[in-house]
Design a protein around this ligand. Structure first.
Ligand code: ZN
Length: 277
């Protein structure tokens, strides 16, 4: 079984401290290639360095929609001044990244989950959209696939993102990482040329019925798999920290056993969208 892990964080702790070891184990388990996803300037550079060192690793560069919130702490209240600083930081960071070669732009996108009731929500939302628009510009210009991170619940996050993407360039190559949208939206995305939907270990969870219902809606030639390691450890390893990249085998097997998803088709889909530069 050949596997392409389209979203993994060898560049983040605790995988980073022994990333060669985790990568070696993943390879032995059948992982042929892996995209290391950047989430800020530091993790993007790490991804780039790893991909320079290892032929079968690919790198994406970008800023996660809540990168600044993780850094400042969830209690941090956004001000106009700080919002300007964040956008400026991303602008400069992306400019610097563009001096190098990459295989994808991201992870980037919008995250509304647990944020919409905050007093600074409108400003957070506007800031996230500005930051996301900068990534859209880069992806459009470079023709690199966009690695999308979206998180929300009936709050319009997917609709907002889709509107921004369609506004930038409808035919832009996109990977919807760790997809959790409604069935209507998944059907809509599946109809867009060059849009791919990636499933992570959470699809194996016993209580993930909603997510499992989406599997059949994703066109077979648009389905991808990922670990999102160190997060989202799949069954039967659920509860273990960190999720190890080699555990992706359990997700691939789960999709094959329960939904007839052919691992070879999924691998070929990944190859079609992800090319090493
Ligand atoms: Zn990620």
């Amino acid at each position: 079984m050949k596997i392409f892990d389209t979203h993994c964080h060898y560049n983040m702790s605790p995988l980073y401290e022994n990333w060669q070891g985790y990568w070696q184990e993943a390879r032995e388990a059948g992982v042929e290639k892996s995209l290391v996803a950047g989430a800020d300037l530091e993790t993007s550079w790490r991804a780039r360095e790893m991909a320079n060192e290892e032929e079968s690793l690919l790198a994406s560069g970008g800023f996660h929609p809540t990168f600044w919130l993780e850094r400042e702490g969830r209690d941090f209240v956004l001000t106009e001044e700080k919002a300007r600083e964040i956008v400026d930081e991303v602008k400069k960071g992306l400019k610097k990244m563009q001096e190098k070669k990459w295989e994808a732009v991201g992870e980037c996108g919008l995250e509304y989950w647990k944020l919409t009731k905050r007093e600074d929500w409108e400003l957070i939302k506007a800031t996230q959209q500005k930051v996301f628009a900068l990534h859209l510009d880069w992806a459009k210009k470079s023709k690199l696939p966009l690695l999308l991170h979206m998180r929300g619940e009936d709050d319009g996050v997917y609709e907002d993102a889709l509107a921004m993407i369609e506004n930038a360039d409808k035919s832009m190559a996109c990977v919807w990482h760790c997809m959790g949208a409604s069935s209507e939206l998944v059907a809509k995305v599946g109809k867009l040329k060059n849009h791919y939907i990636s499933l992570a270990g959470n699809v194996t969870f016993r209580n993930a019925k909603n997510l499992q219902e989406l599997v059949g809606l994703i066109p077979k030639n648009r389905l991808l798999v990922e670990t999102d390691a160190p997060y989202l450890t799949p069954v039967p390893y659920r509860g273990k920290w960190p999720n190890e990249p080699k555990n992706i085998v359990a997700t691939v097997q789960f999709l094959a056993d329960n939904f007839g998803v052919d691992p070879k088709t999924v691998y070929n889909n990944s190859e079609r969208i992800m090319k090493k530069n």
